[in-house]
Design a protein around this ligand. Structure first.
Ligand code: TXA
Ligand code: MG
Length: 352
């Protein structure tokens, strides 16, 4: 199949045609990738089970890994869920539109194909103008996982979507203004104590300010062990991983630099192509290996925004071994470390 790539130009007449074209595709059960404020999504009609099946197929995604349904107004929340409780309303009021996904009991109109067989549904109201307009203008609730091949880093640029899904989907709407760069925070409200299933831009502290007690799914922090089932099925799969083996090194900065310089030299002399994932503040401390600078430690959001692009660059540049600094496991750092640890297949070395 030929995948059309349409660029949002800011010219209303042209852009309107793009949204109309996307609407036709979605109404017919086709797939359209589009930008959101977190990452690009791969959209299909959430109420059309055949469209959901196509999403799984295009991504190579296991069919027990449910999709997030994207909406543009609160009416939709009541249509998709039979249990819009006070907590859900309080969160919606505070964080929507924005990078938050809520898990609620689903209504009958949501097919099990969209929810991976579950009785709950994940719902998000994105703030990105393209996502918002696409949902409104097409009149469709849009099921959309991240628009990457399953297992690869989520796409933050149209180029990433093209690399992964060209030839497998109908259309890509390009507007490279993805801002956050990591997927939405997911919170499960289907049980008594709200539980964070995936950390993101909206932090535990943010949720606590609205809800009081909030738990974090244990599967997020530690390695997922056989028999321990994470509540978000997606969290059990290897994720965000480039071909290179990443090792995260934690400890005092002197020890980290020392360890990385030593190991990089060793790997280099064994003929490996080595890269170091570092930051503005620390990059000059390393010897002359391939350095990939994530951003500034004083601005963790810059690091979140660049992480997936850098992970993809490793593959593009044929990198075989990566050493990465680590980040503090609080606020935005928690979302960064969650993704980084998965990208490294949990390979973390402590050097203190
Ligand atoms: O920022 C985002 O959330 C992006 C953009 C496109 O909106 N979407 C995204 O979707 O990251 P995806 O499919 O890559 O991740 C969805 C996660 C998966 O880990 C999945 O298992 C979990 O949400 N999930 C979906 N429905 C669920 C449910 N009913 N119960 C538990 N977890 C659920
Ligand atoms: Mg994903």
């Amino acid at each position: 199949m030929e995948t059309k790539v349409r660029v949002i130009s800011g010219n209303e007449e042209i852009d309107n045609l793009i949204y109309e074209e996307a609407k036709e595709i979605l109404k017919k059960g086709g797939l359209v990738a589009f930008p959101t404020e977190t990452v690009y999504g791969l959209g299909g009609d959430a109420l059309d089970k055949e469209a959901s099946k196509k999403i799984y197929q295009a991504k190579g995604r296991p069919s027990d890994n449910p999709l997030i349904v994207h909406i543009a107004d609160l009416d939709a929340l009541y249509k998709l869920s039979v249990d819009v409780n006070d907590k859900a309303l309080a969160l919606a009021k505070k964080f929507w539109p924005g990078p938050m996904t809520m898990i609620l009991k689903k209504s009958d109109i949501v097919p099990k194909e969209t929810t991976g067989g579950l009785e709950t549904v994940a719902i998000r109201m994105p703030s990105h103008k393209v996502a918002n307009r696409l949902i409104k203008q097409s009149g469709v609730y849009i099921a959309a996982p991240s628009a990457n091949t399953s297992g690869k880093p989520s796409p933050t640029k149209a180029e990433h979507v093209i690399n992964d899904l060209s030839g497998k989907i109908d259309m890509i709407i390009q507007d490279d203004t993805v801002d956050i760069g990591l997927e939405s925070s997911i919170i499960d409200l289907s049980e008594d104590i709200p539980t964070i299933l995936r950390p993101g831009y909206i932090t535990k502290k943010d949720f606590e300010e609205v809800l009081g007690e909030v738990r974090i799914d244990p599967a997020i922090v530690g390695e997922v062990k056989p028999g321990v089932k994470p509540k978000a099925p997606g969290m059990k799969y290897k994720h965000y991983a480039p071909n290179a083996q990443i090792t995260i090194v934690e400890g005092s900065i002197e020890n980290v630099v020392d360890y990385i310089n030593r190991k990089a030299k060793e790997d280099c002399s064994n003929g490996k192509k080595v890269a170091i994932m570092t930051t503005d503040e620390t990059k000059d401390l390393y010897n002359d290996y391939h350095k990939y600078i994530l951003g500034s430690r004083n601005d963790e959001l810059s690091i979140a925004k660049n992480l997936y692009k850098v992970l993809r660059d490793f593959d593009k540049d044929g990198i075989e071994v990566v050493y990465s600094e680590s980040f503090e496991n609080v606020s935005a750092g928690q979302a960064i470390m969650n993704r980084l640890i998965k990208a490294a297949g949990h390979k973390v070395v402590t050097v203190d």
